[in-house]
Design a protein around this ligand. Structure first.
Ligand code: NAD
Ligand code: UDP
Length: 337
């Protein structure tokens, strides 16, 4: 298929582009580079033979999208473009609604006009808020605790209205749990522009000496060791989940909603230990107060993805940490090096 990948130079988008190309798809990346670098395109090229076409553009730019869609006939779109920092979304909610919600509306309008009706959307486990129990199934109630999460819920709802209004749409809402890791070559990885908010990118910075110590946000949760438990999924597994979702949509019109995780929860201290083993020295950490808005446990019931997509994650925590470390060690300043 000819696939438009918005946010394609970002962390998940770039890894997915590699798998799409490896699966034989023809890929065009569309990204405004607000949180990524054009150097990613050459790195993808180094992995797959030829760099994919990259167009610098914004999903809020209706005219720019129309021009692209007039020139090239796409069969599907994978929509990664968006802002994702939970803390920032609390400070700048309008920016998040404009970028994520308005950006998606503008994109969908352009696609409708061009007759492109296969659409894969990057949703998040954050839509479940603080779940009543784990593992989390897709039919659990959604309740966001921040503007970022609400923007995802709004888009999810918009997409189900769209499918209800026009059954020709084929839409996947993929709810990612916690993507970590990097391409095993060390050529692609996560490269946050600011001080990272997420656990593994922060540990990477500590391991490489850019930050002194990890702060563990709370050791008094009702979890086996008191620290927060999450479902970390290797970004390479996640990328393959998108290829599987596209395949599914080719055969099934309508709406698909699935969790993409491993189904296993790991605590912060388990991740710290595994990363220390991967990089060959312990990660210094201190226990501090809980981070507001954090939940104790979040991990997926992954049976729907297995049943519907024939997909499941295969990498374990050691592989995730090993690959994250290889990327960070070889690119201590990210793509700038
Ligand atoms: P990322 O920031 O690395 O990638 C997003 C890309 O979108 C960036 O390259 C950025 O430059 C681009 N972008 C942002 N706004 C844009 C706009 N208006 N027009 C064009 N491009 C724009 O983030 P990621 O981790 O790769 O996440 C991809 C998607 O997955 C996001 O929608 C995110 O909300 C979602 N998601 C991520 C996680 C995670 O932990 N990484 C978890 C759940 C869901
Ligand atoms: N965490 C931490 N220190 C950090 C960043 C995160 O202790 O510097 C913890 C956080 O409280 C949570 C887990 O690590 O229990 C995963 O956090 P992350 O921000 O990566 O993902 P999310 O909370 O969005 O699931």
């Amino acid at each position: 298929m000819k696939v438009l990948v918005t946010g394609g130079t970002g962390y998940v988008g770039s890894h997915t582009a590699v798998n799409l190309i490896e699966a034989g798809h023809d890929v065009v990346l569309w990204d405004n580079l607000s949180n990524s670098r054009a150097a990613v395109v050459e790195r993808i090229g180094a992995l797959v033979g030829t760099p994919p076409t990259f167009v610098q553009g914004d999903v809020r730019d209706a005219a720019g999208l129309d021009r692209l869609l007039e020139k090239q006939a796409f069969e599907a779109v994978i929509h990664f473009a968006g802002l994702k920092a939970v803390g920032e979304s609390a400070q700048k909610p309008l920016l998040y609604y404009e970028n994520n919600v308005q950006g998606t509306i503008t994109l969908l309008r352009a696609l409708e006009k061009a007759g492109v009706r296969t659409f894969v959307f990057s949703s998040s486990a954050t839509v479940y808020g603080d779940p009543a129990c784990v593992p989390i199934r897709e039919d659990f109630p959604r309740a966001a605790t921040n503007a970022y999460g609400r923007s995802k819920i709004m888009i999810e709802d918009m997409l189900s209205d769209l499918v209800a209004a026009d059954p020709r749409w084929r839409i996947a809402r993929l709810r990612y749990f916690n993507p970590i890791g990097a391409h095993e070559s060390g050529l692609l990885g996560e490269d946050p522009q600011d001080v990272p908010n997420n656990l593994v990118p922060y540990i990477c910075r500590v391991a490489v000496g850019r930050e002194a110590v990890l702060r563990v946000f709370g050791a008094d949760y009702e979890t086996p060791d008191g620290t927060g438990v999450r479902d970390y999924i290797h970004v390479r597994d996640l990328a393959l989940g998108h290829v599987a979702a596209l395949r599914y949509l080719q055969a099934h019109p309508g709406m698909l909603t699935v969790n993409l995780g491993t189904g296993h929860g790991y605590s912060v201290l388990e991740v710290v230990k595994a990363f220390g083993q991967a990089c060959g020295r312990p990660i210094p950490y201190e226990i501090v107060a809980r981070r507001p808005g954090d939940v104790a446990q979040c991990y997926a019931d992954v049976s729907a993805a297995r049943r519907l997509l024939g997909w499941q994650a295969v990498h374990d925590l050691d592989a995730m940490c090993g690959d994250a470390w290889r990327w960070q060690e070889r690119n201590p300043q990210g793509y700038e090096t």
